[in-house]
Design a protein around this ligand. Sequence first.
Ligand code: GDP
Ligand code: ZN
Length: 323
Amino acid sequence: MYASIMNAVTELRGLIIRLQSGFYTVETGQGIYTCQLRGRLKHGPRLGDVAAVGDWVRFTVLSTSSNAIPPSGGGIGRGVIEQIEPRQRAIIRMAPTPHGVYQQIIIANPDQAVFAFACSHPAPRFGMLDRFLVIAEKQRTPALIVANKVDLATLEGARQMFDHYICLGYPVIYTSVRLNLGIDDLHERLKGKITVFIGPSGVGKSSLLNAIQPGLGLAAKEVSLATRKGRHTTVVRQLFALEGGGYVADTPGLKALALWDIDPEEVDGYFPELRELVAECQFNNCTHSHEPGCAVRAAVESGKVHPERYRSYINIRAGQETE
Ligand code: GDP
Ligand code: ZN
């Protein structure tokens, strides 16, 4: 009899879709499990999150009985996470603590990041967008720019603001929740993928999600508001399933995306329009700020490089916070 219980130990593989007070909700092909980390996993050599929303894990099933109600609700069973699979990528925030810099994983393995801004009310903050794009480049995360509230700026006005990003290789979707414009296009791009929405508050992220799927934006906002207080205020707490497949996540805080760990020389490589140009500068240690024979500054002067992008580049290189 005991032997048969021992033999019944099963290991499953799943995706962490929710994180709450040390409990991980893991989605598997065979249902949803509420798991905790095996003790030994908590004592890694590094200071940082061991597991995050978006991680793929292997876990031992403890129970699948329906009367084992998990503390965070929703699961059909309980389990213990034995192993976190290597991440393809992650959006990470460095949080200084008295014991050193703590690596907070905002989200693991996103397939893409949507950087959402409004064309007006609030006015777009291009310095912030450029900073986000650098992070996406560094993390090799495909970026999608959403320019919402087109109704407040006209489509032509909106294009003048954002079209040059298309030339850099970043797709831009023009949307208006009010006019129901671009919503289907955005919806289409979310299908089957894990997408993290990032952008200042008030640009219409919740409204866009609600327009895509009723209730989605509201649910996402409730989760982020509920996590304002507490230790993990900036990490993604939950992935929300899309009816047609895929997940979306909203980021609770903007500070979440402070730039980290980027050397000044590295920044060149994260600006697609500068990558090739810099080889043509007269000096190979050119900082593109004042040197003679600088191909970057020449390109700004001739209009080949957008002056706003150049400004962002200089600010990011100098390590300055920009608007
Ligand atoms: P979030 O903070 O990014 O989630 O933004 P919300 O979805 O809460 O939207 C902020 C405000 O902008 C709300 O009053 C929305 O009704 C409004 N809003 C959202 N989308 C649009 C749009 O396309 N056009 C206009 N004019 N207003 C919008
Ligand atoms: Zn130069």
